[in-house]
Design a protein. Sequence first.
Length: 368
Amino acid sequence: MSDEHQAVAAGVYEEQPLQGRRVMLAPGRASTAEDILRASATTFESWSDVERADAECRNGLKSLFGTEQAGIVVVPGAASLGIEVAVVAASPPGAVVLVLGHGPQGEHIAYVVSRRGRVVDMLRAQEAGSVDLQALRTRLLETRPSTVVVSQVDADSGIIAPIDDYAAVIREVAPETLLVVDGTWATGCMQQRMDDWHADLVFTDSASTLGGCSGLVLAAVSTRLSMRRVRRDAAMPLYIELARWSSPTGAEVPPSLVFALRAALRRIDAEGLPGRLSRCEGVARAFREEAAAHGFGVFAPPGHEAAMLTALRPPAGVDVEELHAALGRHGVDTSMGPTGLIVAHTADVSPDDLRCFWRAIEGLHLQT
């Protein structure tokens, strides 16, 4: 970065707010595209129109999850409901649930697991970005967990979990253990191979990486999980029983959200999944190159960087809280966590928005 654009050191920032609308780059809080909003207002003459749209969505989701065998479940609710639904569906009360953590998101999953009356066991990734496979093998043999839960992309660190490697170890050492993959920040922007992984539940939401309106939890459920009979917690809400949401027929899903999701999935289908995945990788690579040019580091280790979001380490001497606040005053919304400044650059974030982000960074000079 040139001296005249020397970015953001701790101190007093010049205030040069960007003109026009705010730029929404905080993960999970992106703006919704106009055509998706229009689709959410689709009129219908009978509930069968909603059921047909719902069925189309379920069919479209199978290819994104990488499955031909799983059933698709659509549950009305916020994205954060996904992990709770998954834990309750895949493990009985009192069971051991092994969480593979790749950042702060893993700690959140462990908290949800414990609050649902399960016993949390946790393995954290090493500095290189992945859980040691021998440690995983040993833990599976020692604790025989009912379920393993892992986020394909940690929403706070931007680290990708090597699901292929983990799934192979689980199949070899503990084939009876269920595998649950949190794909909230991966589905539709990263390759998913549910059938190849022999995963039992992969879930996401309608907005984070798919571009629909917020409000639906979307999950692919294996036949093994669907048929499994586990002891249920008597206090468990019927609302999060997967069987209730496993079919579009008579499902009490919000029509506006279903029509918006259908439009978002049609957009993905029109681009083609391989092209979309390639574009996501290209955007992420360019973003990391721009970050390096501006003096930022990337929290995720090389080879483990996500294509949908990046946790940035500010240049030396820059206070991340001050930087986050200053960007907000300049009309750019990002997120902040223990890993640094977190910026979403999913397939539906426009290049103009990312250019606005870097212009805002360049506009934050230390007054000397």
